[in-house]
Design a protein around this ligand. Structure first.
Ligand code: AMP
Ligand code: GLY
Length: 425
């Protein structure tokens, strides 16, 4: 089988790594990929087509007889890559653009959850500055959470601790238009207390299978301080998601979401990412994503023991309910190494050295994100540069190994959090 993976992050490197372990695979193309997928060699090659170039991706898939396409990021989903591929008779894993509105429109997602009785924070929708301002001025309790409805690369959410912060946020959204059209509609919702964790499912629209739960670390600074990032590290499974909590998530969130989307005419297929706030064992939905998370994928996929490609094929062709979908025992952790300055402006082009002995640390894999090959050097080419994943019998063992791996990788200004997983130990 020939597989096409769309995207360029460490998530897509981890997908390529997981796909490569399947015996069924002859070629793996990553569009556009990164320095890490370029270095995999053998069956794996990068294709210079960007994730948003749907026509070019489709041409490529038919020219190279691609049997299955896997979509990493949200942007091609919003652009309709799934319906385009399906209309040409090509197998693809992901939701249609209508179904992907669970991620691409927070207004759709919130209204959907209200219609289906799925637990989430109370909210109001605003389409103009004046009404939003009047509401925030009359609002008696803070914090309030202000969200641009459209895609903002993870930056469109402000947890406003005070009225002033909230008013500033809507001024930025409606007047300074920092997110352009993505903030034409704004959700203002109540603050949820508790601890966050994420649950990931693979679904064919009716049946679903669960990966292990995970916890991301979204802030740049240790102790969850400072600016929001794409995610600085993750571990799995999340002890917070006990079997009881997972049962509630299935009963109150996953099953009603799949049934509701089907009943409303947008059957949801592909990966479903459920971001949760858990308070006293009660889960509420913070957000849905229509894809796997980054960096969560870099721990969740290495912990999948069964054949990833077989499961993906079953999700497209039928048989998802019975395909093997087993997880490794133990735990996994991944630590992101970022460029100095990230998530603000950062420098690129710094040479990266990866000590060959990394490969000798048992259970460690390095997934690249913002790297590229420059002649025979590997250089930094993004904010999040690479992620170092390790598995272990316990979370402690996995974390020790991941940090041992991090210690063998060097580039100028490398920054990483030293407290990934610390909360769960
Ligand atoms: P989102 O992009 O919707 O996941 O929001 C980004 C982050 O903001 C989440 O991971 C939470 O840490 C925080 N957040 C979002 N909504 C809420 C809420 N209603 N209550 C508390 N924190 C929230
Ligand atoms: N790690 C969060 C995300 O992928 O959205």
């Amino acid at each position: 089988m020939n597989i096409l993976i769309i995207g360029s992050g460490a998530r897509e490197h981890a997908m390529a790594w997981a796909v490569l372990r399947s015996e069924k695979v002859s070629r793996i193309f990553v569009a556009p990929g990164n320095g890490g997928t370029a270095m995999m060699g053998g069956k794996v090659s990068n294709v210079p087509i960007k994730a948003a170039e749907i026509d070019a991706l489709l041409d490529f898939a038919s020219r190279e007889s691609v049997d299955l396409t896997i979509v990493g990021p949200e942007q091609p989903l919003e652009l309709g890559v799934v319906e385009r591929f399906r209309a040409s008779g090509r197998r693809i894993v992901g939701p249609t653009s209508d179904a992907a509105r669970l991620e691409t429109s927070k207004v759709f997602a919130k209204d959907f959850m209200r219609r289906q009785g799925i637990p989430t924070a109370e909210y109001r929708v605003f389409r103009g500055h004046a009404e939003a301002k009047a509401y925030l001025e009359s609002c008696g309790s803070y914090p309030q959470v202000i969200k641009a409805s459209g895609l903002c690369a993870g930056k469109g959410v402000v947890v406003a601790m005070t009225r002033e912060e909230a008013l500033d946020a809507i001024h930025e959204f409606f007047e300074n238009r920092v997110f352009g059209d993505a903030a034409d509609e704004v959700v203002i919702e109540g603050f949820l207390k508790g601890q966050e964790a994420s649950v990931f499912a693979l679904t064919d629209g009716r049946d679903y299978r669960l990966f292990l739960s995970a916890q991301d670390h979204k802030r740049i600074g240790e102790g969850d301080t400072g600016k929001n990032t794409g995610g600085m590290g993750a571990y799995a499974p999340a002890p917070l998601v006990t079997p009881e909590v997972m049962g509630l998530v299935e009963e109150r969130v996953i099953r009603p979401t799949l049934a509701g989307m089907a009943a409303e005419g947008y059957p949801y297929t592909g990966f479903l990412y459920v971001g949760l706030m858990i308070d006293g064992g009660e889960p509420s939905v913070v957000e849905f994503n229509a894809r796997l998370g980054d960096p969560e994928t870099q721990v969740v996929l290495p912990l999948l023991k069964s054949d990833f490609v077989e499961a993906l094929m079953a999700s497209v062709e039928g048989g998802l309910a019975v395909v093997p979908f087993e997880m490794h025992a133990g735990a996994g952790a991944t630590v992101v190494m970022a460029s100095a300055g990230y998530p603000d402006a950062y420098e690129s082009g710094r040479e990266i050295t990866i000590d060959a002995s990394v490969a000798e640390v048992d259970g460690v894999t390095v997934f690249h994100a913002g790297t590229k090959q420059d002649g025979d050097r590997l250089v930094t080419a993004g904010g999040r540069v690479l992620t170092v994943t390790a598995l272990g019998g316990t979370l402690k063992a996995a974390l020790d190994r991941a940090y041992e791996g991090v210690g063998k990788i060097h580039f100028d200004g490398a920054y990483f959090r030293r407290d990934i997983g610390a909360k769960a130990l």
